[in-house]
Design a protein around this ligand. Structure first.
Ligand SMILES: [Fe+2]
Length: 309
């Protein structure tokens, strides 16, 4: 039996480690998490140029050492000519582009999507095929959302591990589904969900987008990400992206209610590593028993007794 280790690291950051290959989507780390991060990734996939997805400090750290082989980025990460600041303000880092200012350009390849949205036009022609054979992983690139211009598409990545018969689709910040996603139907084990279907309190209901996306792709599992709770242990500190949700459990239940039996929702907690057994795909949920006192505070009349072994 093989094991797969999955970690949602906050915001859209997601890490996959296996016996053969390790890779990360949109890594975004801070403080102690950044300082202690092991640069043990073979591949890194960047969906778009916003700083919470293409984070210079994190990329610099993770591209140290001799493990990294390739970083696939959306074209906007290498094209600083786009009006990024005008449109996105502080969410962008045009001043820090191209990404090759921060990491060795030998590792960096620009990816263009194979599957295109109707929003930018399905008839666009891009310089590569949108497929990458990276040895132990096969990659197909899909168009994501928040494009600067139709010729600077953002990218989602379908990463398939044939030796484990599993695949991961990280959509980037895709918010509106499109019919070409139907090409992925039945081919996605884990859909890493970011913003699809969500709207701010009081805003227009966009949940039909989530339902349509899941209907098109029919992933086996859906893992909600790209939100922050108010827990002190959350890996993304306040003052940085993304926004808080008022109640993470309510969010999960809302998603579960919307998608129904189309897929199974896996409610991961940011910063926790989950073990998946292959081929069963069972998640090893842990219950770590930890006692926080030796003697119950209301028992003043007894002395501490050691725990029975
Ligand atoms: Fe984002």
């Amino acid at each position: 039996m093989s094991q797969i280790y999955l970690t949602w690291t906050g915001c859209g950051g997601f890490e996959v480690r296996t016996d053969l290959v390790n890779f990360a989507f949109d890594p975004y780390k801070f403080g102690e998490d950044l300082a202690t991060a092991t640069p043990d990734f073979d591949f890194i996939f960047i969906s778009h140029e916003h700083f919470d997805h293409c984070h210079p400090k994190t990329l610099q750290h993770l591209c140290r050492g001799d493990r990294i082989k390739q970083v696939l980025v959306s074209p906007g990460c290498c094209n600083p000519d786009g009006p990024v600041d005008e449109k996105y303000g502080d969410a962008a880092f045009a001043r820090d582009l191209p990404v090759t200012k921060h990491i060795d350009k030998r590792f960096v390849d620009v990816a263009f999507p194979k599957y295109l949205s109707h929003i930018g036009g399905e008839d666009r022609i891009f310089p590569d095929t949108g497929t990458w054979d990276l040895g132990p992983v096969q990659v197909e690139v899909i168009e994501s959302g928040e494009n600067q211009r139709p010729d600077l598409p953002t990218c989602g990545y379908l990463v398939t591990l044939p030796h484990l018969d599993v695949s991961f689709l990280h959509t980037g910040d895709l918010t509106v589904p499109y019919r070409a996603l139907e090409n992925l139907r039945g081919r996605v084990t884990y859909l890493i969900h970011t913003k699809m279907g969500l709207s701010e309190h009081g805003a227009e209901d966009r949940s039909e987008h989530l339902v349509e996306c899941v209907d098109l792709i029919r992933p086996e599992y859906l893992i909600p990400t790209h939100y922050r709770t108010d827990r002190v242990s959350d890996p993304i500190p306040h003052g940085t992206w993304p926004p808080d949700v008022t109640d993470a459990n309510a969010l999960i239940e809302w998603i579960r209610a919307k998608v129904g039996d189309r897929t199974q929702v896996l409610p991961f907690t940011a910063g926790i590593t989950y073990r998946i057994d292959a081929p069963s795909r069972q998640v090893d949920w842990k219950w770590n028993w930890k006692k926080t006192w030796d003697v119950p505070p209301w028992r003043n009349d007894v002395h501490h007794q050691p725990d029975p072994q």
